[in-house]
Design a protein around this ligand. Sequence first.
Ligand SMILES: NC(=O)c1ccc[n+]([C@@H]2O[C@H](COP(=O)([O-])OP(=O)(O)OC[C@H]3O[C@@H](n4cnc5c(N)ncnc54)[C@H](OP(=O)(O)O)[C@@H]3O)[C@@H](O)[C@H]2O)c1
Length: 357
Amino acid sequence: MREITVGLLGCGNVGGGFWQLIIGARHHLAAHKNLSVDIRHILVRDVNRPRSVAVPRSHLTTDPWRILEDPEVDVVVEAMGGFEPARTYLLEALRRGKHVVTANKVVMARAWDELHEAAQASGACLFYEAAAGAVIPVIRSLPGLSAAPVRAVYGILNGTSNYILTRMAEGLSQADALAEAQRLGYAEPDPSDDLDGRDAAYKIALLAALAFDWSPDLDGIEMKGIRNVSTEDILAAQEAGFDLRHVARAERDESGQVKVSVAPVELPPGHPLYGIRGVENAVVIESDVFGAVTLKGAGAGPGPTATALLGDVCRVVDRLVWAEPSPAVSPAGAAADVAAGAAAAASAAARWRGESR
Ligand SMILES: NC(=O)c1ccc[n+]([C@@H]2O[C@H](COP(=O)([O-])OP(=O)(O)OC[C@H]3O[C@@H](n4cnc5c(N)ncnc54)[C@H](OP(=O)(O)O)[C@@H]3O)[C@@H](O)[C@H]2O)c1
C-alpha cells in the first residue's frame, strides 16, 4: 500500500469536505488506487470553533510551521483562501520540496510566476485543478489541448452569479435571489467578488495563462459584474429568445494580443453556454484545429472541490511513483535553499519508486 502524508491548510467548506472525502473514500482509495492518505495536521485560525465535520482536536493547529517543518509531510493541500498568508505558506512549502495542491484562485492568479518558479526550482509539484471550475477538469485539459493553437476559452465560472441570474429569470429581484443564494450557502456573507466579477476574473486569468502562455495581469482584465443587471433586463432578453449570463472570456486576437474580459452577455439558443442553470459551471475551449470542447459540471461545493483536490493528490502520487525527479533549476545565488528543496523532492521520489515506506 502506498502512503502519502498530507498537511491541510484550512478546515472550512472545502478543507472539511476534503477531510470527509478522505475518511469516506478510504476503502475506495485502497482498493482502486492502492493508496492510503494520512492527513497529519490541519491549520485553522481557531481550534475551538465548532466544525461541521468531526476532525480530531489533536489534528488541529494554529501553527503553520507544524506542517511546513514536518519532514514527514509530502503534500501541502491548501484550502484557506485569500492572498496572504497563503502565498507565503505555499512558497515555503515548495522551497522545502513539499508538493502543493491548492483550491485558491486568488493566490494562483496573483502569484502565478512566483509559485511556478519556486516549484520548478525545487522540482515539487504545483497543482490547482480545484481553483477554477472545481471538479470540471479544465486545468488539466488545457495544457494538452493548447498543444494546438487555441482561439478562445470562455465559460460560466461563477456559480453564485449564475444562480442569481437563473432565479432572476424566474422573476426574483437581485436582492431576493442573493438572499436565497446566501441562505443555501452558495454566496458568501460578503458577495462582492461574485457580484462584481472578480471571482470569475481570477479563474479566467488561470485558464488564459494555460491556454495562451499569458502571465496573469489582473489589471488588464475588462471586468463587469452582474450588480447592475436588473430582473427587467433578464426578462427582456428572455422575451427576445436570449439567455443573459455572466461570461468570462479569453481570446487571442489577430495581432497576437490576449484579451481577457468578464461581462454579462446575451446568449442565443444553440450557444454552448445557453441553458447552463443554477450553480452549474461550463467552459468552452475553441480552436481552428480541433473545433470546440465543452466541459460542464459542479463548479463549487465541498464534494466537487474536494474531489478535484484529491485528484491532484493522486497526480502527485503518480508523479512520485513513475517520474524521475525534475532537475533543480538553480537561479544564481539561491542555490542552497533550492538544492535543499530539490533534494527533499528527489528523496521523496526515490522513496516512492522503491515504495519503501
Ligand atoms: N467553497 C467552495 O465551493 C469553493 C470552490 C472552489 C474553490 N474554493 C476555494 O477554496 C478555498 C477555501 O474556501 P472555503 O469556502 O472552504 O473557505 P472557508 O469555509 O472560509 O474556510 C477557510 C478555512 O481556512 C482557515 N483559515 C483562513 N485563514 C487562515 C489563516 N490566516 N490561518 C489559519 N487558518 C486560516 C479557516 O480557519 P477557521 O475555521 O478556524 O476559521 C477555515 O478553516 C478558497 O480559496 C476558495 O476560493 C472554494
